[in-house]
Design a protein. Sequence first.
Lengths: 346, 346
Amino acid sequence: MGVTIKDVAKAAGVAPSTVSRVIADHPRISLATKKRVKKAMKEMGYHPNANARSLANRSSQTIGVVMPAGADKALQNPFFPEVLRGISAVAHKMDYSMLLNTGETEDEIFEGVQRMVYSNRTDGIILLYSKLNDSVTNFLLEQNFPFVVVGKPSERIDEITHVDNDNVRGGKEITNHLISLGHERIGFIGGSTDLVVTVDRMRGYQIALEEAGLPFLEEYRIHTDFLESGGQQAVNELFSLPDPPTGLVVTDDLMSIGVVSMLEECGKMVPEDISLVSFNNVYLTEVTRPPLTTVDIHIYDLGFQAAKCLIEKVKDKSEPAKRVIVPYTVEYRQSTKQKEATLKNI
Amino acid sequence: MGVTIKDVAKAAGVAPSTVSRVIADHPRISLATKKRVKKAMKEMGYHPNANARSLANRSSQTIGVVMPAGADKALQNPFFPEVLRGISAVAHKMDYSMLLNTGETEDEIFEGVQRMVYSNRTDGIILLYSKLNDSVTNFLLEQNFPFVVVGKPSERIDEITHVDNDNVRGGKEITNHLISLGHERIGFIGGSTDLVVTVDRMRGYQIALEEAGLPFLEEYRIHTDFLESGGQQAVNELFSLPDPPTGLVVTDDLMSIGVVSMLEECGKMVPEDISLVSFNNVYLTEVTRPPLTTVDIHIYDLGFQAAKCLIEKVKDKSEPAKRVIVPYTVEYRQSTKQKEATLKNI
DNA sequence: ATGAAAGCGCTAACAA
DNA sequence: TTGTTAGCGCTTTCAT
């Protein structure tokens, strides 16, 4: 069907190996034959067969990307297309392809990853999540297969190349913002504590509170999986406390949007009654009402750096594990407001 | 490095071809040897090399997925992870892998697609967009390469397998909803008219208007690329018309969210002052305020069906082009409201 | 600087 | 039912 290296060789009057060398841009090759071969390739519409290449080469020029398991809503986060964009940018530049793996369940994901590595279809893997006790991570580690995680690994952290934000510091800074606005009762709404990112952001929240001499109360914290039905109720409970929070740290923009709605449904306005800060700075947060004060974690860069690290690692297996911290910035918008003296204090 | 088919053959005391047959689950093979071979495979930790397979087979068991070119925001639409989920579901079931292609520019996309097809890394392609005069579509057609588009192709529609909603009908139905609520001045806000989906939904809007004897006014229509800065202004203009709309048809949930914000910023409330209907039913629309009345296009199913069609087509090249229409449903929520008699009419 | 030839791991005729 | 063997298209020693 397709035109092969042999055809080109014949047409150019050289050996297949020479053509191969031209493809690989081998140094020791005369400019003359190079030209000639290239011309032949053009004319005949030659394109190398990647499978044959991979087979001979033991390398696929492909990076695998693994999304978290998620039945549905969790995946509907603009975070993912955005990291993919970042990854894709470097993949494209370096002439790598991207193999994508999703799945409903963790087993499905795991199977997929196994396939990726066993089948030799991928040179390395990027994990788009990091959670406690992850079988995929363990598998990759034990196979000594090149991979990098976006986020912070839960264990064996210095054996694993990862690119992350300083979520503790981010959590602290954004909480401090609330504190500096006069808020003293600050609640926290986050995802599962199995997710390292939740834990880190909460830790920052805690530190800020403690440094300010404010209480770190269990009843001020909610952990819910992306505001499923349960979340609604939890928020209600939070605000039926005798001393409900006036400030809220929420670990994800999408959750924030849900929280804002719930609050307004209960007659609490953001930022008039409650100040809310968030994380990620997904595009949406600019156009919601109110626009959200949020920690911009530079999602694109996370992807970009992850891909860069992975390719380095793939090209040189001895590359040591490293940690890349992508700086965050804070977008101050309209979901926060100076706390007024409460009526009862007057 | 890895254990090969030969190793397994030796260990099991059979020929490599026999092992191959076991892998492929060939019918004419005795249960006894099958067992024996499988046992050997297990014990030795054998896994087939996909590249070798693809090479010998001329088939990669991989489907390529092509996202639209998008510098940034446009891709941040939960639509994409959601179609991917659908595609992934059938890919997983059928033991296919997914190769993903994104890019900032159309040229980048096009290059990527060329690579996919020329390199023999993919058996077929799913296009996650459809626009006027698309070079990728033309290329694929002219290469006679199996592909299906999610959405409706702009040309040569009956040569191209595609899975779509009936967007005209959807547009009509949702506009009728507004009309049935008493709205007579209904605006339309959509993306670029290069996108077939925009055109179809607008057509439905137009039909509904005309059937109801309502005017289809140019000044009631806005086309903007996902509410970039320009959008803001356009909406302002729309509402400084002498007779501004009281109802709005917006072609994408994310745009709707932006529009609701803009409106409220100008002191117009949804649904009190303006009723708004939307498309897609992305998860977000349940948790925004107000929750959006929107056409649920069943994104997951679009992906699912597209993948099914593609694999059929890949397995049997003579499979004719077909069109699959995924039924939509309408989610009636709180962004619409019966129009009250206006004061000046009393 | 270039060619000859073996081999990457698997499949598919063709034989037996 | 199973084995033999010749590729699939490319890379890479090893010669020259």
